[in-house]
Write a protein that binds this ligand. Structure first.
Ligand code: ADP
Length: 610
């Protein structure tokens, strides 16, 4: 115990007393500073008086040589310049009697922008030439109170101006940041490339916060740590940053398991260094830092930490959060876009494979089908002996089905050729009437067999069109045979033709896009029936590949569901369009339009002239 007492006294004298004293002094100084600050800041003013008149110097020193003023005097040019340089006065009072006054004023005016210049004249008669340099005037005749009032008013004006310029600077800074945010968000909106988006984010942060280092962890596919740094990073610092980033990342998921396991040893690092000749010499603890996740709802893309040697302000924090949040939405869009692109590529590949498959299978089916058809023809022709009546019945049933099968195979082949861009077209100037006549006569027997009336109502002398007659016959045959298939006995099917301007064409809403693409004059052919019709919701679907719209006749009449999609593609190749208008249980009107070719008309004229 005895030994402990000196030790205690020693500690008391050497450590505790100085420590307590230093705390007290600091507290006292802070208190004093707080107490003095408001008033003094407002009224405090440094005044320089430039004069050779001793009595004036004395008078002014009397007035301003005490608080809240700091008063300096100069009686020659050099000392005036030096005082301005060292003390930066708020106000300079120039004695009008000072020799070399103009010269000094000119020198000082260019060096001090914010200092108020006041002229002390003998009386109020001041030459205009010199008066322009001054903010206020004093005269020898003024009382002390008036002099104080003039100086105090000038000081106040000067402080207000300084505050205003400070506010202006803040405003300019905010405006600059807003501009950076705006241009960064425009860059975000204009890109669907993930790497570019992250680059834009770093660029935006650099412009608005001017950081020393950012560590961005991107977790998609393979996790990558992007380091954007002012100076070169040592190996030790790199290890520390990796560890820190992984810990930050884990902290975002609290108790939950993070979506990606990130191993600091294998974490890929991409480094961009602005000044590689320099190296960070401080530890990270000496830097201020901010951290934010880059995520949108449940979609997590990564996180970013930003370091700066000087402290970040609350405005910096807002700006940082805004940019980190703003990049999340375009990153999400970019991810979706990437997925859609990949799915599209897969679909395109599948579509190509399907077309190739259809083409090969159809070719392979056609050869044996031709052999079957020929054999049936030989049998039914009686060249292998007499066939009895029921045998004939079965034979003609087989022939009909072979015909149907051949039709489906031809459709499949046509479609695969069109989709592969391998369809041959033989365009020529032609007359639509010939197409209508051909189809009418070739299908009239079929219509008659079904007890239907197939008629045509054509506008005579329609302009000629530039088209492939065989393909148009194929389109019209499909439309008329559909009409025959879907119209009950005793009804009428009418084929109409007329000329129309694109602006006069009318179609249900679902076909409006196709019609709106057209411009100029067209020959329009319409196949009208009084059949079962198509409901409005199924109109567009009728043109889909392999579409079979469920109705009372669909199972009975069968079909490949390829006729209308083929017709649509053929008309597109003619720069035309196809559409239909229908009412359930009332009938349908299928239209197609082919442009009246001016080139065709021109060559026609030439033919006639020759
Ligand atoms: P399909 O060879 O099966 O007739 P289409 O592509 O020509 O194939 O027609 C597709 C579907 O459109 C048909 O299955 C039918 O349901 C409907 N359709 C076509 N034309 C008519 C019509 N005139 N009346 C009623 N439904 C029709």
């Amino acid at each position: 115990m005895k030994q402990l007492i000196p030790l205690f006294t020693y500690s008391l004298i050497h450590f505790l007393v100085p420590y307590c004293l230093s705390i007290l002094v600091t507290y006292f100084l802070t208190y004093l500073r707080k107490k003095q600050k408001p008033d003094n800041i407002l009224n405090m003013g440094k005044i320089l008086f430039v004069s050779n008149r001793l009595e004036k110097i004395r008078q002014y020193a009397e007035i301003f040589g005490k608080k809240p003023y700091e008063f300096f005097t100069s009686s020659d040019e050099n000392s005036a310049l030096e005082t301005v340089d060292i003390n930066s006065p708020d106000i300079i009072i120039f004695d009008a009697e000072f020799s070399g006054l103009k010269h000094l004023i000119k020198k000082l005016k260019s060096a001090t922008f914010s200092t108020s210049f006041i002229l002390l004249a003998k009386n109020e008669k001041i030459e205009y030439d010199i008066s322009k340099y001054f903010n206020a005037f004093l005269t020898d005749e003024m009382t002390e109170a008036l002099i104080s009032a003039v100086i105090s008013a000038n000081l106040k004006t000067k402080h207000s101006l300084e505050q205003l310029s400070g506010t202006n600077k803040n405003l300019a800074d905010s405006l600059y940041r807003l501009n950076v945010l705006y241009s960064t968000s425009s860059q975000f909106a204009g890109s669907l490339d993930k790497e570019k988006l992250v680059d834009y984010m770093i660029e935006g942060l650099d412009k608005s916060l001017s950081f020393d280092l950012t560590c961005t962890l991107c977790t998609e596919n393979q996790p990558v740590l992007l380091l954007n740094s002012l100076y070169e990073i040592s190996d030790e610092l790199l290890s520390a940053l990796k560890l820190r980033t992984v810990l930050n990342y884990k902290s975002l998921f609290e108790d939950k398991k993070p979506p990606f396991e990130i191993d600091t040893d294998t974490l890929k690092v991409v480094k961009t260094v602005k000044y590689p000749a320099n190296r960070f010499t401080f530890t990270l603890f000496q830097y201020d830092n901010m951290f934010a996740p880059i995520s949108l709802g449940d979609n997590f893309f990564g996180c970013i930490e930003i370091f700066k040697e000087t402290p970040f302000t609350s405005d910096d924090a807002t700006c940082f959060q805004t940019i980190a949040q703003q990049v999340s939405l375009p990153l999400k869009s970019a991810t979706l876009y990437q997925e859609i692109k990949e799915t599209n590529l897969k679909l395109e590949k599948l579509e190509r494979l399907k077309s190739e498959f259809i083409s090969i299978v159809s070719h392979e089916l056609r050869t044996p089908l031709t052999a079957i058809k020929n054999s049936l023809d030989i049998l039914s022709g009686g060249r292998c002996g007499e066939i009895n009546e029921s045998g004939q019945k079965f034979l003609s049933m087989a022939q009909r089905n072979v015909q149907r099968l051949a039709g489906i195979i031809n459709d499949l082949l046509d479609l695969s050729k069109i989709e592969a861009g391998k369809m041959d077209y033989h365009f020529a100037n032609m007359d639509i009437h010939s197409v209508i006549d051909y189809v009418k006569s070739s299908l009239s027997v079929m219509a008659k067999e079904k007890g239907l009336n197939l008629i045509s109502e054509e506008t005579p002398d329609l302009p000629r069109i530039y088209a492939d007659s065989q393909r148009l016959e194929q389109v019209l045959t499909n439309l008329v045979s559909n009409a025959i298939k879907f119209t009950p006995e005793g009804k009428t099917i009418t084929i109409r033709s007329h000329e129309a301007d694109a602006s006069q064409l009318n179609a249900p809403d679902c076909f409006k896009d196709d019609i709106n693409k057209l411009s100029g004059k067209y020959i329009v052919v319409c196949v009208e029936d009084e059949g079962i019709g198509i409901s409005e919701k199924d109109l567009l679907r009728a043109f889909d590949k392999f579409a079979q719209i469920e109705n009372s006749l669909s199972r009975k009449v069968g079909g490949s569901g390829l006729g209308l999609p083929i017709a649509k593609q053929l008309l597109q190749a003619h720069n035309g369009a196809i559409w239909c208008d229908s009412e359930l249980n009332k009938g349908s009107r299928f239209y197609f339009a082919i442009p009246v070719s001016t080139a065709g008309v021109e060559s026609e004229k030439n033919l006639i002239l020759n």
